[in-house]
Design a protein around this ligand. Structure first.
Ligand code: AVI
Length: 322
């Protein structure tokens, strides 16, 4: 079997990536400070994110699963036959099982996931559910991997699957770049199937990012705990707060970590100063109207062929073609 082992894939990736230290210090030295939301997802952060998905206020996951329950057969029919399903950031692949079930387990599935643990687990789970499924996992950062350098099962059509509204965590230019990467990877007869949260009233959106149990706050601040562990930093979590506000004009949740007081923090071999009330940007979660998303897709040369939503029209899954 010529498929490269995950460890080899990972080592090649790591060699090409800037270190955590350099990236984090780069963000902390900017004014205003800002860090990428990708730093949320260590093992604890990923577990907290799974818990967020079960919070009553976080409607996104339930709406998307409800939508798949209602429309999976229709979606599978629109994808066609002999599909190679390439999932970006597959994680636990909870939604994928419903889709593959509708494809009658006949699909060829390529999960692309940076966490080897999550990748292993999801592959085991899916193989248990669908013994005939041809799975070719890729352990990589989905924003920068070369699909063509991997050995792929034979197929008639490529479909990139990107559920969960994760595209909403990318700023416009980066979202367009990622959509262009998808367009290159799927070729002329392929498609992209993308989960996108829809614009709605401010209160509903803000409460999804400020759950009463405080899970989202713990998820946000876990980024600091991660730096304490991995970069020998000395953040006191009690001296920082999670803040998530919906910017109605721009249609996005803006999540910041706010310093309660003036403080000096050691990070690796350096000291970083925080002012009292200083806010460090850690995440955007964009929400789109259907025309707004069509406009974004068009900038990458993609055209919206179908839109499915849940009954309350909170969330959408959109089929894009070149
Ligand atoms: C992964 N992503 C789509 C989530 C979101 O809704 O933006 C991450 C998240 N951040 C806070 N809660 C959930």
């Amino acid at each position: 079997n010529a498929r490269t082992s995950w460890l080899e894939q990972r080592l090649a990736q790591d060699a090409a990536m800037p270190t955590l230290r350099d990236e984090v210090l780069g963000g902390l030295r900017r004014s205003p400070k800002r860090l990428s939301p990708k730093f949320f997802y260590d093992a604890r952060g990923s577990a907290l994110f799974e818990q967020i998905c079960d919070q009553p206020e976080y409607y996104l996951t339930r709406a998307e699963l409800e939508l798949l329950d209602a429309h999976a057969d229709d979606i599978a029919a629109a994808l066609g036959e002999d599909v190679l399903l390439i999932e970006y950031g597959s994680g636990s692949a909870r939604k994928t099982a419903r889709l593959i079930e509708a494809m009658q387990g006949e699909a060829r599935y390529v999960p692309v996931e940076i966490s080897a643990t999550a990748l292993d687990q999801s592959v085991d789970d899916l193989r248990a559910l669908f013994p005939a499924l041809d799975v070719a996992p890729i352990c990589a950062d989905f924003t920068s991997f070369q699909l063509e350098s991997h050995d792929l099962p034979a197929h008639a059509r490529r479909v990139v699957y990107f559920p969960g509204s994760t595209l909403g965590n990318f700023e416009t230019a980066d979202a367009v770049a990622l959509l262009k990467q998808m367009r290159r990877q799927i070729g002329a007869n392929g498609a992209a199937l993308i989960g996108i949260d829809l614009r709605k009233d401010k209160a509903t959106i803000e409460s999804a990012y400020n759950d009463a149990a405080g899970v989202t706050a713990a998820f946000t601040l876990n980024m600091l705990a991660r730096f304490n562990r991995e970069l020998q930093a000395d953040f006191e979590l009690a001296h920082f707060a999670h803040r998530a506000r919906y910017n109605v004009a721009l249609g996005r949740i803006e999540t910041h970590i706010v310093s309660h007081r003036q403080q000096r923090i050691r990070v690796a071999d350096t000291f970083i100063h925080f002012d009292a009330d200083e806010a460090m940007l850690v995440e955007y979660s964009y929400k789109y109207s259907p025309p707004g998303f069509a406009h974004l897709a068009a900038q990458a040369g993609l055209h919206v062929q179908r839109i499915w939503t849940d009954a309350q029209q909170r969330f959408s899954v959109q089929l894009l073609v070149p």
